[in-house]
Design a protein around this ligand. Structure first.
Ligand code: ZN
Ligand code: ZN
Length: 112
């Protein structure tokens, strides 16, 4: 692997890269922070901001997934209620309703 050189100090070889923009940086140019090494305070701030955004995005996604799961559960329960209700109510449904429904069912299931 070829060694990089600091962008500001071309004569200085370095293995360190800014965590945010991936620029090669020498020791003198490195901003060492609890979040990692950066080429500038701007990159450090960017990294913190994007990390916060990412954390918020993940939280939002988790909330959305929980919401979807709840909606799917409610749909399933409603579907079961409709099926069960329909099963028990079917004999009491008047023929005027049964005939067109049966025709639809036939056209969907056995239209061969
Ligand atoms: Zn940077
Ligand atoms: Zn440098």
């Amino acid at each position: 692997m070829a060694q990089s050189h600091c962008l500001k100090h071309q004569e200085r070889p370095t293995d360190t890269r800014c965590k945010s923009c991936l620029k090669p940086i020498c020791e003198e140019c490195t901003y060492t922070t609890p979040e990692g090494k950066f080429c500038s305070d701007q990159c450090h701030q960017n990294s913190i901001t994007s990390a916060e955004k990412l954390a918020k995005l993940r939280a939002d996604e988790a909330a959305l997934a929980a919401e979807r799961q709840r909606a799917a559960l409610i749909k399933t329960v409603i579907l079961i209620l409709l099926l069960v209700g329909g099963y028990f109510a079917w004999p009491h449904v008047p023929d005027s309703v049964k005939k067109p429904v049966n025709r639809i069912i036939k056209s969907v299931t056995g239209g061969k």
